[in-house]
Design a protein around this ligand. Sequence first.
Ligand code: NAD
Ligand code: AHE
Ligand code: ZN
Length: 368
Amino acid sequence: MKTRAAVAFEAKRPLEIVEVDLEGPRAGEVLIEIKATGICHTDAYTLDGLDSEGLFPSILGHEGAGVVVEVGPGVTSVAVGDHVIPLYTPECRQCKSCLSRKTNLCTSIRATQGKGLMPDGTSRFSYKGQAIAHYMGCSTFSNYTVLPEIAVAKIRKDAPFDKACYVGCGVTTGVGAVVNTAKVEPGANAVVFGLGGIGLNVIQGLKMVGADMIVGVDLNPDKEEWGRRFGMTHFVNPKEVSDVVAHLVELTGGGADYTFDCTGNTVVMRQALEACHRGWGESIVIGVAEAGKEIATRPFQLVTGRVWRGSAFGGARGRTDTPRIVDWYMDGKIEIDPMITHTFPLEDINKAFDLMHAGESIRSVVVF
Ligand code: NAD
Ligand code: AHE
Ligand code: ZN
């Protein structure tokens, strides 16, 4: 079939909206009509050529919601008409990682996914006869896309697509980092670095679990109002203090119980670790750093009890946890609507990247 898609033909070039060819689902795969997709900073990072796994040409996008329109042979867990969220972190429930119960990072199809291919080693997308790479196993910047059934979460039908799509990455990543990765307890104090589409979800997760002090840190002063809107109690602009770590340690009475990096900046990651309380503070790295960047700190920071941890997709087990997060939204436990600051048709998708780089959006969503 033909489908409209925004194609990343080259790094650092705007996406081009073209009609691409899409092969139907093979065994164990499903064809999904994408109804809406968010634009996450990770899409921008890949388009900017900063991802060591970045491939071109490719169809980016990994924060979508849609409807199953066809299933391949052997598919049992979803059916035509089901509303689903594509998962860049699948959940096969059979691999060593899934069975370990220690991680959400299902490894069953990660190797082919990282090469822009379906699990059988081929691409379903092509343009003028040339294969186009899938992205993060999702490619939600296409009106139709194909995924393995282990990489789709079935969600309730009354959830609006233009909000539920955000659960496909940002909401789950932020709220999940609090609930699943850090397991923040009521009364804890926390510092969140970077108040964008991820950081604000960390803040609302912290509020939901009953954190006490919730400090937000951002270079953009406009983010103070945004943070307070979701439960932030204190705001720090690093440009306005001489030593941000010392300032945060003093503000939190000796260091935070939990800190979260939602910037992807490795200097900030170090600050986040060192702003933790001696003896027990845990710093969660969520931000994705540019290819080639490394983190550093004095080992003494770890010797004296601070913990450095990472979180991918909020530690969420995709098929099990994302439908629950959609329920939390529908039940009013978490908010999504105010964070969707801009909505565009696919033709205007490049505007979403411009707004993100200018710090003028929280989340832009493309509605097909
Ligand atoms: P965003 O652009 O919406 O927000 C980033 C925020 O960080 C902005 O408010 C910006 O002003 C702020 N910032 C930038 N540099 C800063 C600095 N030096 N100090 C303080 N604040 C600073 O991006 P996003 O969509 O929220 O994504 C944030 C990061 O999380 C990205 O690196 C993204 O790739 C990553 N991410 C990771 C996962 C995961 O599973 N681990 C999932 C989604 C996104
Ligand atoms: N490909 C990059 C790393 C990118 C990365 O860390 N991605 C996160 C999700 S970001 C969503 O917005 C993730 O889940 N990683 C786990 C995984 O298996 O990719 C690189 O550095 O090579
Ligand atoms: Zn993302």
